[in-house]
Design a protein around this ligand. Structure first.
Ligand code: A1AUG
Length: 554
């Protein structure tokens, strides 16, 4: 009975908040700002900086330390992030430690919360489908992680569809259990999806909305209490999204939101003893976290993502366009970006490379189809290019120069879309392999060619890589596809003429394979794997056999 009442209350609260918002939204369509938002994407500037706050124990808080973020397009200080330092972590530790290991809900505790999250997701999905809201988030993403409107909107769209997917009863279906008959009457085993309790989510700069929302909601659906930390350069987007989620009925105490540097976060995780941390970002940090947190982590780290063009040449224009998108959309700053292209010699006889060059040269700063690189400077990328060009037989295919006429601050990088050819045999040499397969998180790719009998060399190159995120086998030859897939491990592998490495939507698994710590994002399988563990309850209620006698000891 109590549960029913609680459930009704939850639903009434969710519905009321959303309804009042929707009506005020429709009544005030001409009003400039959105009711949940505290900033206007276009107005943020040096004279009107935006502020990013934290949430702890259900309250928005500031801090005494402000980290100033500069506009990646002109270097103007334009966002102030209230960052928590080591002296300020205790309230976050206390908040997390209030959540028991068995979580905020599980199949035996507060199951109405599964329904509540179905409702919140439905409301949030609806909000993101409103053109004005979608446009707001798209432009906000563009301000902090400059990419074209379409690429930024892609994030909003994926997030909106994801939330739609987990509307209604779909959250409770995530926690679906199973039963197996036992050995005797009254015995039955049941498998359940169990939360971890207090958990943490650490996400990078490149997808300011998509990655944090998909992981955050997955954590919540399964009954965990998450603390979320997004790269401060872009955390303004999640600051605003948290406000939207609160509008949609998210209980304010369910999520803590923190801005801090990595060192402070590390301290907090150790002190709060979070049961699981999902980290999306660089391999270097991922490896450190795995040690510090004694393996209680799931990781989606680097990807030196590869594409192989098979022997069957067809649809050259289309393949060239997909290569261009995979390597250079978002200025190559996707974990799924194409880092190396293995081209069958049949493709070398076509005009594929010159088509790729033409497409790369269409990209321009004005519409952000090429733009600032947030983790590499121009010098660092050009130095890497020069090192590759010293390898015997290598050559610059296109790019390899700084962008011109821009005001991107020197702390960030700005280069033209770049491709460097390196001969396969040279790439495989011990001295060169590490250099050639170093991931440059920018508009940068290596191109190589293999002869018809050299597929084993290609497969050897793939075997020696250490991160296995996305891959593409561009061919409609089933035997070729079989051979490549059967001899590789990448977690998200596209196969067929239209294969790509990027663009992973919410409807398929995205994550590395070949690593027991590998995380996934997007699908029910990813949510269950990352955000819940298995618990088995074996019922054994009798009755006792009628003639039961005490057996001898064994
Ligand atoms: N949709 C993104 C993946 C976001 C990941 O975590 C991509 O295709 O790169």
């Amino acid at each position: 009975m109590n549960r029913v009442v609680v459930s009704r209350e939850f639903r009434a609260r969710v519905t009321q908040t959303a309804l009042s918002w929707f009506s005020s939204f429709h009544l005030s369509r001409c009003v400039h700002s959105l009711p949940f938002a505290t900033v206007e994407a276009e107005e943020i500037s040096g004279s009107l900086p935006a502020e990013v706050h934290n949430i702890v124990k259900g309250k928005w808080t500031k801090s005494s330390t402000w980290n100033t973020i500069v506009d990646p397009l002109n270097g103007e200080p334009f966002i102030k992030v209230a960052e928590i330092d080591e002296t300020g972590i205790q309230p976050f530790v206390d908040s997390l430690s209030k959540c028991p290991k068995h979580g905020l809900h599980n199949p035996f505790k507060a199951p109405e919360r599964y329904l509540m999250y179905g409702d919140i997701s439905a409301k949030a999905a609806h909000m993101l489908s409103l053109p004005k809201v979608a446009d707001f988030f798209t432009r906000l993403i563009q301000r902090v992680a400059p990419k074209s409107y379409q690429q930024a909107y892609g994030e909003v769209y994926v997030t909106q569809k994801f939330l739609e997917n987990f509307s209604g009863d779909q959250v409770r279906f995530l926690a679906r259990s199973f039963g197996v008959p036992g050995n005797h009457l009254g015995q039955q085993s049941n498998g359940f999806r169990w939360p971890y309790g207090p958990v943490a989510i650490v996400t990078p700069f490149n997808f300011p909305l998509e990655i944090p929302v998909l992981q955050l909601m997955g954590a919540l659906y399964m009954g965990n209490k998450p603390i979320l930390k997004v790269d401060s350069k872009v955390s303004l987007v999640m600051d605003q999204m948290m406000r939207l989620l609160h509008y949609c009925g998210l209980p304010v105490e369910d999520v803590d939101f923190i801005n801090s540097d990595g060192k402070t976060m590390n301290k907090l995780l150790l002190k709060a003893n979070t049961r699981m941390t999902l980290f999306t970002g660089s391999s270097r940090v991922a490896e450190k976290l795995a040690v510090d947190l004694k393996g209680r982590v799931k990781l989606e780290d680097a990807g030196f993502d590869w594409k192989i063009l098979g022997p069957d040449v067809q649809e050259e224009d289309y393949v060239a366009w997909v290569c261009d998108q995979d390597a250079y959309a978002c200025s190559g700053q996707k974990c799924s970006a194409q880092s190396i292209l293995f081209m069958h010699e049949n493709w070398s006889k076509t005009s594929l490379l010159s088509k790729m060059k033409d497409l790369a040269e269409r990209r321009k700063l004005e519409d952000l189809t090429i733009g600032p690189v947030l983790t590499y400077t121009t010098e660092a990328m050009l130095e890497h290019a020069n090192k590759l060009l010293q390898i015997s037989g290598s050559k610059l295919l296109f790019g390899g120069e700084p962008l011109e006429d821009h005001s991107i601050p020197p702390v960030y990088g700005a280069i033209k879309p770049t491709a460097i050819y390196v001969p396969l045999e040279e790439m495989l040499k011990e001295n060169n392999y590490e250099l050639v397969t170093r991931e440059i998180f920018g508009p940068f790719q290596v191109v190589t060619e293999y002869k018809k009998d050299q597929l084993p060399l290609v497969l050897d190159a793939l075997e020696r890589m250490h991160a296995h995120l996305t891959a593409a086998v561009v061919s409609n030859d089933p035997h070729f596809i079989q051979e490549v897939i059967g001899n590789t491990v990448n977690g998200t592998t596209y196969a067929g003429l239209r294969a790509r490495t990027t663009g992973a939507p919410q409807n398929h698994w995205f994550g590395p394979a070949g690593d027991p710590l590998g995380a996934g994002i997007g699908t029910p399988e990813a949510i269950k794997l990352v955000w819940s563990c298995h618990r088995e309850i074996i019922y054994d209620i009798g009755p006792m056999p009628k003639q039961w006698e005490l057996p001898p000891s064994t």
